[in-house]
Ligand binder design. Structure first.
Ligand code: FRU
Length: 306
């Protein structure tokens, strides 16, 4: 069923994640050995692509790729997973990377990101894409000047061609700068980290602050809140709290939010679920993701239970 649907287009970043698995978080200024480690393709939109593919959807990534030798690993992985990159501009610059420490005792993941002003995709590149091909376009909340024009282009396409391409937004950074991006989207997933930085203490209060900030727009808002589950509020201001699906043990939380996002898109787009049920499936995908390292085990999720 999923493979018969139009693909999803994910707009954002892809980076190299240098992952170190450590028994506990290292002490500053010590010299330690880790338990394990690897390099993998990361970045929010890039991870959403990975998980959507594992759930069986066709997906294209739209972000700036690098010509540097080190980036080859990422290109190979995109190709192996059949994630389309045909619209991606290439840069001569070294790619962004993240140093990630996964501490086994607490289950925490600490990310230090290094971007060095790596270029971001522009509206000029985006407008060349034939949107007829897609059923859903997902954005990272970044570079609002360009991204707002991309979102408007999707909306204009819908109005002109009588299509209903859905638009989702992953909102993780720079609240004031990126807030306007929410106004023209169908779904916004707002991160717990950013909500906490705003001083919002629960998922439900984050939802209600966002409703106040975004009314009269009719966007659906979703706030995942780790092991406390998630809250959501639909365009008619109906609130729901949706409990988490906690695994027996927490092994790797890197990319849990991106997995939640992909689960939500899948349940809404493919399974046509209502908002709380789609959030429940998103919680299930995130809960399953953190039960093991990496992403491949997500393919085992029973999608017929959505
Ligand atoms: C996880 C992640 C990592 C990446 C970082 C970028 O959500 O996408 O793969 O290093 O966040 O912010």
């Amino acid at each position: 069923m999923a493979s018969a649907m139009k693909p999803v287009l994910c707009v954002g970043c892809t980076v190299i994640d240098f992952v170190t698995i450590s028994a506990s978080f290292p002490k500053e200024d010590t010299d330690e050995r880790c338990l394990n480690g690897n390099w993998q393709r990361g970045g929010n939109a890039s991870n959403v692509c990975t998980v959507l593919r594992l759930l069986g959807l066709k997906v294209d990534f739209f972000g700036v790729l690098s010509k540097s030798d080190g980036f080859r690993v990422l290109l190979d992985d995109l190709q192996r997973r059949q994630i389309g990159v045909q619209h991606c501009p290439m840069s001569e610059k070294d790619p962004p990377f993240s140093s990630v420490i996964i501490a086994q005792d607490t289950g925490s993941r600490t990310i230090v990101h290094c971007n060095k002003n790596y270029p971001y995709v522009t509206w000029e590149d985006f407008r060349k894409i034939d949107l007829n091909k897609y059923g859903w376009v997902h954005f990272e909340a970044r570079h609002p000047k360009e991204t707002i024009k991309m979102i408007e282009t999707v909306r204009q396409h819908n109005a002109l061609h009588d299509t209903n391409i859905k638009i989702s937004l992953d909102f993780e950074t720079l609240y004031e700068k990126n807030l306007e991006l929410c106004l023209s989207c169908d779904y916004v997933v707002f991160s717990k980290d950013l909500a906490s930085r705003q001083g919002w203490e629960t998922a439900c209060s984050a939802c209600s602050h966002l409703v106040s900030a975004l009314t009269p727009s009719s966007v659906n808002i979703i706030c995942p809140w780790g092991k406390e589950g998630a809250s959501c509020v639909d365009s008619f201001h109906n609130y729901s709290d949706v409990p988490a699906h906690e695994p027996d043990s927490v092994v790797d939380t890197l990319g849990a939010g991106d997995s939640f996002m992909a689960g939500f898109i899948y349940a809404t787009y493919v399974s046509q679920k209502n908002l709380p049920d789609a959030v429940d499936f998103a919680n299930r995908v995130a809960g399953h993701k953190i039960s093991d390292y990496g992403y491949d085990h997500i393919a085992q999720i029973q999608k017929d239970q959505v």
